[in-house]
Design a protein around this ligand. Structure first.
Ligand code: HEM
Length: 160
């Protein structure tokens, strides 16, 4: 009885130790950069949900600070896609990556100003601008799901 249980427990333990191993170093879904990006995404979504409520202003500003922190951390990381590039392509790719994140951090500063000033229209405009920056940067860098949706042929005009 005891031996069977112990053998079973050993198998389960071994399997549970082996399972998470291959995910990390490969980048993509579990890369450190991916985690920062997900956190930026989450903060912006929550900001978008609550910015119009003056009672939540302090909490909204905290979310902006969180988003800024994750964008600054992202600046210190390397996009997994650049790992296997030739040196010249890699330098160009990393330059775009850093330039886009600089632009993002600047817009986060403007978002903070708009929320502090309590101007809902300017806040909304900044949220939209950050969303657009995300789309254009991801497209430029060839990442983030939507990358394949762009650039295809336009849909046929109605009636053709
Ligand atoms: C403007 C500067 C930005 C740059 C340079 C940038 C760069 C990147 C890169 C290189 C990846 C791939 C990460 C990986 O393969 O592990 C990525 C993924 C992602 N980014 Fe960004 N990003 C930017 C802005 C944003 C913003 C503003 C958001 C959200 C509001 C965002 C949300 C995401 C998400 C959710 C992913 C994961 C998507 C997926 O892999 O399907 N990013 N980004």
């Amino acid at each position: 009885m005891k031996t069977t249980f112990q053998r079973y427990a050993l198998v389960v333990l071994t399997l549970s130790l082996l399972l998470p191993l291959p995910t990390f170093a490969e980048g993509g879904k579990d890369s450190p950069l991916h985690n920062e990006m997900e956190a930026i995404n989450r903060s912006l979504r929550l900001i978008n949900r609550q910015y119009a409520d003056p009672a939540q202003k302090a909490s909204t500003l905290e979310l902006v600070a969180t988003m800024q922190k994750h964008a600054e951390t992202a600046q210190t990381l390397t996009p997994p896609k650049s790992d296997k590039m030739a040196a010249a392509d890699q330098a160009k790719y990393l330059d775009t990556f850093h330039k886009d994140l600089d632009a993002l951090i600047k817009e986060i500063g403007l978002l903070k100003q708009a929320i502090t000033a309590g101007t809902a229209d300017a806040t909304k405009a900044e949220i939209d601008k950050i969303s657009q920056l995300k789309d254009s940067s991801h497209k430029e860098l060839g990442v983030g799901g939507g990358a394949h949706k762009h650039g295809g042929p336009p849909p046929p005009a109605p009636g053709q």
